[in-house]
Write a protein that binds this ligand. Structure first.
Ligand SMILES: O=C1O[C@H](COP(=O)(O)O)[C@@H](O)[C@H](O)[C@H]1O
Length: 318
């Protein structure tokens, strides 16, 4: 899988557009409720740690149950299929907003199961309605392997998503896979600095760090996000924007990753979590957990909104 070099960064090979079958769905907000008690829904309970701060939006009953506080929004879907429908709409709405406001949309992807949950974006209406040429795509973490390797987050995203939409190849910022882990992290950080300088990536006035428009984050069953693992010193990195790990508890061991200051400077962060195997860390993050040691997922925030997309298995301990 060859890729051409642009200033500091590697870009994608030419992408192609393959529109699929007609897809049309709408999620209607039906009801707005304010509650001072734990929020309980017919099939799933969503319990706020400080319920007085939460307002609850009840969406189409069979599809999702939502609770929100000022910055945090939690949606629980009956199935991963419903979640994928809503995630596509959420992403498309933010794309429209930022393309209108800034003339571009900076999107950060994870690897793992997230990519499958983005599948609706390559269907109608989004494949034709999204201004793909204004997208700039990044990775919150990447494994230090060749881009055509089975473990590559770039390959996963390219095969499952990016190759099916007309994104400008030069706007896809994959890592330089010919470098060491240290070198690739440094190179990616230089790339981000260049793109901040040229106003492609916004800057957070609060932190002075890059402010991506949307990060689409997954979470591992141990509560890791990006390649920031529980108990690893990298979770406390404050200086670097991008760092590297050589002893990842999940293979492959060598990776690069955004640090929390950069993740948390993002305007919108979506945490997309499915499956009963992840219910424990979801409970730790959103339930009444007394754990003193924070899991990485509990350290995620956003400047405007942190939106949780959960299926009901992932939310089963709430
Ligand atoms: O190793 C990684 O794992 C996480 C979670 O993956 P999932 O398959 O359990 O959803 C992913 O978000 C991260 O990007 C990836 O490098």
């Amino acid at each position: 899988m060859a890729s051409t070099s642009i200033t500091f960064c590697n870009a994608l090979r030419t992408l192609s557009c393959s529109p699929r079958s007609i897809f049309n769905t709408q999620l209607h907000a039906l009801q707005l409720i304010r509650s001072s008690r734990p929020i309980v829904f017919p099939s799933v309970s969503v319990i706020a740690t400080d319920p007085s701060k939460f307002k609850c939006v009840r969406t189409k009953a069979s599809m999702a149950e939502t609770s929100t506080d000022n910055k945090k929004k939690v949606q629980v879907f009956d199935s991963e299929e419903d979640l994928a429908v809503s995630l596509a709409k959420y992403t498309a709405n933010l794309s429209e907003k930022f393309c209108k406001e800034r003339g571009s949309f900076t999107v950060v992807l994870s690897g793992g199961s997230l990519i499958k949950s983005l599948r609706k974006l390559v269907d109608q209406p989004y494949v034709d309605s999204i201004e793909w040429e204004k997208w700039h795509v990044f990775w919150v973490d990447e494994r230090v392997v060749p881009k055509d390797h089975e473990d590559s987050n770039y390959k996963l995203a390219f095969d499952g998503f990016l190759s099916k939409v007309p994104i400008t190849p030069g706007n896809v910022y994959s890592i330089n896979d010919s470098l060491s882990a240290e070198g690739a992290a440094e190179d990616y950080e230089i790339c981000l600095k260049h793109l901040v300088k040229s106003n492609i990536i916004d800057v957070s006035p609060a932190t002075g760090l890059p402010k991506f428009d949307l990060m689409l984050l997954g979470m591992g069953p141990d509560g890791h996000v990006a390649s920031l693992f529980p108990g690893h010193p990298l979770v406390n990195e404050k200086e670097k924007w991008v760092t590297f790990i050589k002893d990842s508890p999940k293979p492959p061991p060598e990776r690069i990753t955004f640090t929390f200051p950069v993740i948390n400077s993002s305007a919108y962060n979506a945490l997309v979590v499915c499956g009963a195997g992840k219910a424990g860390p979801v409970q730790a993050a959103l339930g009444n957990s007394q754990n003193s040691d924070k899991l990485p997922v509990q350290m995620v925030s956003a400047e405007v909104e942190l939106a949780w997309f959960l299926d009901k298995d992932a939310a089963s301990k709430l």
